[in-house]
Design a binder for this molecule. Sequence first.
Ligand SMILES: *Cc1c(COP(=O)(O)O)cnc(C)c1O
Length: 371
Amino acid sequence: MSFVPVNEPLLNGNEEKYLIECIRTGWISSEGPFIKQFEEQYAARVGRKYGVAVSNGSVALDAAVVALNIGPGDEVILPTFTIISCAAAVVRAGAVPVVVDCDPATWNMNIALVEERITPRTKAIMVVHIFGLPVDMDPLLELARKHGLKVIEDAAEMHGQTYRDKPCGSFGDISTFSFYPNKLITTGEGGMIVTDDPVLAEKCRSLRNLCFIPEQRFIHDELGWNLRMSNLQAALGVAQLERLDEFVKIKRRMGARYMELLSNAPGIQLPVAHTDYADNIYWVYGMVLDDDVPFDAKEAMARLGKLDVGTRPFFWPMHEQPVFRKMNLFADESHPVSERIARRGFYIPSGMALSDDQIQRSAAAVMEILR
Ligand SMILES: *Cc1c(COP(=O)(O)O)cnc(C)c1O
C-alpha cells in the first residue's frame, strides 16, 4: 500500500484559472492586482482594516517586531513551545526573548505563567496559537492592558479559527499568518500581516519594500527588507481563500474521525477537541505518548514510517535550542511540560487532501504500534 503523506494541499478550485490570468496579463510581480485583492479580502475575513502580504510567515513576524519599535533593551514574552521564527524575530531585532512553558492539555502558552515574567523592560507579548486550538485570549489581553504591553499574535496555524466567535488574527496590535503548503490555506510560500493601525500598516509596507522613501526613490532613512509577495502567490491565495470555510470543515471532520478511531488507543494523549472558547480546527492532529509507553516520539515515528504513515515531531522548545544556548539565552531554564511533549509528541497525516481511507490507515497504524 502507498505511503500516507503527512500533508498534501488541495489546489482544485480557481488556482489554475487565476495563475493563467497572471501569465496571460504579464502581471507576475508584487505589483500585480491579485496582491491588493488578497490583502483586502484577507483583512476583511479576519475583521481587520489592513492587510500586508509578505513572502512568508517568518518574515511577517520580523516585520511585526520591528514595526512595533522593539529593539535593544526590550523583552518580549512568548511560549517556549513554538517554531523558531517567533524567538528569532525577537533576537534579530536585538531584543531579548523571555519564554514561558505550555499547558499540558492544550499545548498552548500557559497564561498563568506570563505575569511573573513581566519586568520593566517587557515591551510585548507574542501569542502563538498552537496546532488548531487558540490561546485563551481574554486573560492574556487583560494582562497586556494592565501592564501596557503590545500584543503580537502569531495566527499562522489558525486560518478560519475563532476565539469566542471572533476571528483569530483580530486580537494583536499586529497579527500574522503563514501560507506555507501545510497551513489551512497556501500560496506555496507566503504570509500576511494584519492590523487596524494605519501607522503600523504603513510601517510594515515600508519594511516589506526596502524602506524606499516614496518621494525620493533610492534614498533610505531606515533599513528594510525585500519581503514582497508575488502576484502569482497572491493569485493562489485568492483562490484558496474562496474555500476557507470548506477547508475548516474538512479539517474538523478529519479531527472528529481521528477522535472516533483513536478514542480507545492505550497510552496516548489526544488533542483537546473543545473548550468553552473554541472548537479545535486541527491544523495538525497531534498526540503525546504517556510516560509508561516504553518508547519515545522518535521511535513511534520510525515505527509508523515502517507502516507507511508519515509523521512529524512536535516543536523543540526555544530554551533548549543550541543556537540560543550559544548566545547565552535561557541559561539553566527549565520548562518541563514543553520538554516532555517535545520528546513524546508527534503528529500524524493531517493534510487537506487526506482521504477517509488514509485516515483509517493512519489511525490503525497508531493502534498497531501502541498494542
Ligand atoms: C508555519 C509557522 C510560521 C512560519 O511560517 P513560514 O511561512 O513557514 O515562514 C510561524 N509561526 C507559526 C506558529 C507557524 O506554524
